[in-house]
Design a binder for this molecule. Structure first.
Ligand SMILES: C[S@@+](CC[C@H](N)C(=O)[O-])C[C@H]1O[C@@H](n2cnc3c(N)ncnc32)[C@H](O)[C@@H]1O
Ligand SMILES: [Zn+2]
Length: 385
C-alpha cells in the first residue's frame, strides 16, 4: 500500500496516497484536506470553551475516520481530559490507531470504539463537546447528540448536503429538514438557518434550550456550534424569538421575518412594491454568532498554526457578527432589481450604509438599516434618486 504522510496544524497523519487523490466516501479511511478550515475553527472554538470551564473537558468524536480531528484537539487544545474516538469502519480505526502513535499521543487520554455513532454516544454519555462530521446530512446523529451532551456542553455539527438546504433540491430539503429553502442572493444563509432550526428541534423536544455560539458556510459545507442549557421556559422564549419564517420579495429584494408563534395576520403582498412575497422556513431567525466567542477566537489566532483561509474567514466573521441581520444584500442583486446603470463600489457602500462585509458572498454586505433606507442610499450613490 502506497502511504503518504501529511501535516495539518500540529498533527501528522498517514493515509493511503489514493485517499487524497480521489476523495470519496468509499475510501478505506476518509481524509479531506479541504476540511482543514473546519478543523482549525474547531480548535479555536474549543480553546475558548476550555477557558470558561474550570475543569478538564470530555470530548467525543463519533465519526472519527483518520482521527486527525481528535489528534489536533489533544495537541492543540489545553485541558482536555479524554477524547472518545469512534468509527463504524475497522479500516478507519486501524489508521486512527497508527496516527495516534505517530503523534505520540498519551493513550491514557484516548478511548477507541467501533460502534454505530448513535449507539456509541448513548452508551458513553455525557460529553462536554461532541463533534458530528458525517458524509452529507447530520440528521441521523442529532437525537443521540441531544441526549448525550452535558449541561453547558457544545456540539459542533457539519452538514455537507448544502444543495438541498440551498434550494437546488427543495423537495429533499422539505423532506429532510421540514423547511422550504429559497433561491435568492442569501440562499446559503437561509440553508444554514434551516439546518440550525432542525438541530434546535431535537433539543427543544427534550426541553433543552440552545444558543448558537458560532456558525458559517464555507465551500461545500455548513458548520454550526451550539451550546445547550436547561429549562423548558427558556425553550419557549427561544422558540418565540428565534424560530420563524423569512418573507422575501424577488422584485425589490424587501425582506422581513415572522416569528413562528405569530402567524395570525400574514399578508403576502410586498409592502414596498406590491409584488407577491415568497417565503422560506421555518428557520432560525436568531443570532448566528455569540460575539464574545468570536472575539476570543480571533484573539487565539496568533497561538495556533492555521491555514491562511481560516484566518481570513474568522476575521471576516468577526466584523460580520457585529450586525445581526437576517439576510444581507449583494451589489449584483441590487443592480439587477433596481436596474442600476452601474454598481457602486463595495467600499462606498460599506461607508455610506454603515455596513459590514459577509463571509457568505464576496459582493455581499450586512446593514442594520431598513430596506427602504438601503434602496434610497444605493440609488443616491449611483445618482438615480
Ligand atoms: C466525513 S468522515 C469523518 C471525517 C473526520 N471527522 C475528519 O475530520 O477528518 C465520516 C466517517 O464516519 C464514519 N461513519 C459513517 N457512518 C457511521 C455510523 N453510522 N457510525 C459510525 N461511523 C460512521 C465513516 O466510516 C467515516 O470514517
Ligand atoms: Zn417588493
Amino acid at each position: 500500500m502506497d502511504l503518504i504522510q501529511l501535516k495539518e496544524g500540529s498533527a501528522i497523519i498517514e493515509v493511503p496516497k489514493k485517499v487524497i487523490q480521489h476523495i470519496t466516501e468509499k475510501n478505506e479511511v476518509f481524509y479531506n484536506p479541504a476540511m482543514a478550515v473546519n478543523r482549525d475553527l474547531t480548535v479555536f472554538l474549543l480553546r475558548v470553551f476550555v477557558k470558561e470551564k474550570d475543569r478538564p473537558i470530555k470530548v467525543a468524536e463519533p465519526l472519527a475516520a483518520s482521527a486527525i480531528r481528535s489528534i489536533r484537539i489533544l495537541k492543540e487544545v489545553p485541558n482536555v481530559e479524554k477524547v472518545y474516538i469512534n468509527d463504524l469502519s475497522l479500516d478507519a480505526l486501524n489508521y486512527a490507531r497508527k496516527n495516534l502513535e505517530l503523534n505520540n499521543i498519551d493513550l491514557s487520554k484516548v478511548e477507541i470504539f467501533n460502534e454505530d455513532a448513535n449507539v456509541f454516544l448513548l452508551k458513553t454519555k455525557y460529553y462536554d463537546y461532541i463533534d458530528i462530521d458525517p458524509f452529507g446530512t447530520p440528521v441521523d446523529f442529532l437525537d443521540a447528540t441531544a441526549k448525550s451532551l452535558a449541561h453547558r456542553g457544545i456540539a459542533g455539527i457539519t452538514a455537507t448536503d448544502t444543495a438541498p438546504l440551498s434550494a437546488t433540491y427543495p423537495r429533499t430539503c422539505l423532506r429532510r429538514y421540514f423547511a422550504k429553502p429559497i433561491e435568492n442572493e442569501f440562499y446559503h444563509e437561509v440553508g444554514l438557518r434551516i439546518l440550525i432550526k432542525k438541530i434546535a428541534e431535537f433539543f427543544f423536544q427534550y426541553d433543552i434550550p440552545i444558543e448558537v455560539v458560532f456558525s458559517y458556510s464555507y465551500l461545500h459545507h455548513f458548520r454550526v456550534f451550539i451550546k445547550r442549557y436547561r429549562g423548558a421556559r427558556r425553550v419557549d422564549e427561544i422558540l418565540k424569538n428565534n424560530i420563524g419564517y423569512l418573507l422575501y420579495c424577488h422584485k425589490c429584494l424587501y425582506r422581513d421575518t415572522l416569528p413562528i408563534t405569530d402567524l395570525r395576520e400574514i399578508d403576502l403582498t410586498c409592502p414596498v412594491c406590491g409584488h407577491q412575497l415568497d417565503w422560506a422556513g421555518p428557520l432560525w431567525i436568531g443570532n448566528l454568532w455569540n460575539t464574545d466567542y468570536v472575539n476570543q477566537m480571533v484573539e487565539e489566532l496568533p497561538n495556533v498554526e492555521v491555514q491562511k483561509e481560516t484566518e481570513k474567514l474568522l476575521k471576516l466573521i468577526e466584523k460580520e457578527s457585529k450586525v445581526p441581520s437576517v439576510g444581507f444584500y449583494t451589489l449584483s442583486a441590487l443592480g439587477k432589481a433596481l436596474k442600476l446603470p452601474y454598481l457602486p463600489t463595495k467600499k462606498q457602500v460599506l461607508k455610506e450604509l454603515n455596513a459590514v462585509e459577509t463571509h457568505f458572498a464576496g459582493d455581499g454586505f450586512r446593514t442594520s438599516l431598513n430596506h427602504q433606507e438601503v434602496i434610497e442610499k444605493i440609488k443616491t450613490l449611483v445618482g438615480k434618486s
